[in-house]
Design a protein around this ligand. Structure first.
Ligand code: CP
Length: 300
């Protein structure tokens, strides 16, 4: 396993399976995540989030603590970044304290990779621009594997704002490596004009996705990332791409996923969160177990 987790592309299928196998050992049959003997006792992990987060930040913290590590929170607000300190010098300062791993979320593509070229800390990507969110893709695969056994032959539709989604980019890679067929479902304005898109099947509407897929991964409409001039007609979008409670209930065998946070009433209705086919909160639980596996593999 590489020292850093920068993206999923550098993980082999064997690496992915090893992480998912280990994550499954942390999941308790009663639904939660076990506390363990403490293999990371004496190790220090910094969580450096330059963008907002609830799930990823808290689950990395919980995972690290369950493994016995010391966790430090770096928040740009209130740090010397506010006095003009550069990102490079900030990371050198954190490294000089003897930190073993840094978990980073940053809006700028390449920050994680640049840091990994010189630091002795393990760099773990907790979200990078629109490019990569490797632990999200791993936890999604882990959640699905628990529910259906194997991803081999599964048909998974990724629905919504694919253009601005790092989750979609990491998910297509992990799902494909695990043997699933990925289908993309988005209006043209929310599909990236990038060559990788042409490698995947497309479906025209959420109704097509619900009719033909085993799983739908709904994506948040990331309006905060919209380029100037991009305007989406919300009513038209919902008519073709939103998962309403009625649509979900009409196809109860289709599993519903979403990385969160959900824009309730935009890409997905509140009633969908309560249906038994919806595994969004189970994804959150798997987030802790998968991040435990990631920390243990990259730090021990
Ligand atoms: N899915 C995800 O990355 O959620 P957070 O932004 O809450 O971490």
């Amino acid at each position: 396993m590489p020292k850093h987790l920068l993206d999923t592309e550098r993980l082999t299928t064997d690496d992915i399976n090893a992480l998912l196998d280990e994550a499954s050992t942390y999941l308790s049959p009663t639904g939660g995540v076990r506390s363990l003997t403490q293999p990371l006792l004496g190790q220090t992990i910094v969580l450096a989030f330059f963008e907002p987060s609830t799930r990823t930040r808290l689950s990395f913290e919980m995972a690290a603590k369950k493994l016995g590590a010391t966790v430090l929170q770096f928040t740009p607000e209130g740090s010397s970044v506010g006095k003009g300190e550069s990102l490079h010098e900030t990371f050198r300062t954190i490294e000089a304290m003897g930190v073993d791993a840094i978990v980073i979320r940053h809006a700028v593509d390449g920050v994680h990779r640049e840091l990994a070229t010189w630091t002795r800390m393990s760099v773990l990507n907790a979200g990078e621009g629109r490019t990569a969110h490797p632990t999200q893709a791993l936890l999604d695969a882990s959640t699905l594997r628990e529910r259906v056994g194997s991803l081999e032959g599964l048909r998974v539709a990724i629905v919504g704002d694919i253009a601005h989604s790092r989750v979609a980019r990491s998910n297509v890679d992990v799902l494909t490596k695990c043997g699933a067929t990925v289908v993309l479902c988005a209006p043209d304005a929310l599909l990236p004009a990038e060559p990788w898109v042409d490698r995947y099947e497309r479906c025209a509407t959420i109704d097509d996705a619900m009719r033909t897929a085993n799983v739908v991964c709904m994506l948040r409409m990331q309006r905060e990332r919209f380029e100037a001039g991009l305007a989406i007609d919300l009513e038209a979008y919902r008519a073709s791409y939103a998962l309403t409670t009625a649509r979900a209930m009409a196809t109860p065998n289709v599993l519903v996923m979403h990385p969160g946070p959900v824009n309730v009433g935009v890409e997905l209705d509140a009633g969908v969160l309560e249906l038994s086919q919806t595994i969004i909160h189970r994804q959150v639980t798997h987030g802790v177990a998968v991040r435990m596996a990631v920390l243990r593999h990259h730090l021990v």
